[in-house]
Design a protein around this ligand. Structure first.
Ligand SMILES: Nc1nc2c(ncn2[C@@H]2O[C@H](COP(=O)(O)OP(=O)(O)OP(=O)(O)O)[C@@H](O)[C@H]2O)c(=O)[nH]1
Ligand SMILES: C=C(OP(=O)(O)O)C(=O)O
Length: 211
């Protein structure tokens, strides 16, 4: 079972503000979530996806893609992840949590990463300091340490870093520079369409974008 936490759209991706016109910012945050969700649900190793969110627009969109929705406990990112993984999915399952800002994610890269996990493992982000995925086997608590310097925190908590060649998985989007990197990798369908609509993405023709 997989879990993705998603903040309310009106507060989402604050470091990315200014990359697109202010009135399109929530649309960009939602497009990135939907591309991440669609890629996760297309992965053959994924049995299901729980999105933990209190945002009704996010909830409706991800239900439409086939995800389940669980309410955000309202105590921050790691509490949302513990709730989704340890209580909603439950400790009997293999669980993997991912951030919701991976618009260049390819299902086959997620499959490869999930097959490479043995025990409690994590995938550092492209910068090497953050975390894009944390997975645990049955009966083990998730014990998430997301936030600033989470790669070091996950390593210190005993999780194994997975370092495969999965550029779409590793490329989270926190800043305008990250968005540019996503265009180089091939943005997902919804993020690619929005950026083309804004004239930001002539490099990403429909056929070149991940579906
Ligand atoms: N459910 C839930 N998800 C969260 C919360 N905080 C962050 N997230 C999600 O966790 C993932 C990684 O978060 P960040 O990269 O820090 O994203 P963000 O908080 O929207 O970005 P900034 O405002 O720039 O810090 C994204 O999918 C966020 O939507 C929270 O309190 N609850
Ligand atoms: C929450 C995290 O994401 P970011 O650093 O992208 O905010 C993290 O990497 O743990």
């Amino acid at each position: 079972m997989t879990v993705i936490p998603v903040k309310r759209l009106d507060a989402a991706k604050s470091r990315l503000r200014g990359a697109v016109p202010v009135e399109r910012h929530p649309e960009l945050a939602l497009a990135m979530v939907c591309d991440t969700v669609a890629a996760v649900l297309a992965a053959t190793t994924v049995a299901g996806l729980i999105v933990v969110t209190s945002d009704p627009v996010v909830a409706e969109a991800v239900r439409g893609l086939g995800a389940e929705v669980a309410p955000d406990p309202g105590a921050g990112l790691n509490a949302a992840l513990r709730f989704g993984a340890d209580e909603v999915a439950g400790p009997a399952a293999h669980r993997a949590v991912l951030t919701g800002d991976l618009p260049a994610l390819r299902p086959e890269q997620l499959d490869a990463a999930l097959r490479a996990v043995h025990g409690r493992g994590f995938v550092p982000d492209a910068a090497g300091t953050g975390t894009v995925l944390l997975a645990v086997p049955p009966a083990q608590p998730l014990d998430p340490r997301f936030g600033p310097h989470s790669a070091a925190a996950h390593r210190a908590s005993g999780a194994t870093a997975l370092t495969g060649d999965w550029p779409g998985l590793r490329q989270d989007v926190d800043t305008a520079a990250d968005l540019h990197a996503v265009l180089g990798l091939g943005a997902g369908e919804r993020t690619g369409a929005l950026l083309r609509d804004l004239g930001l993405s002539r490099a990403c023709a429909p056929a070149g974008c991940a579906g």
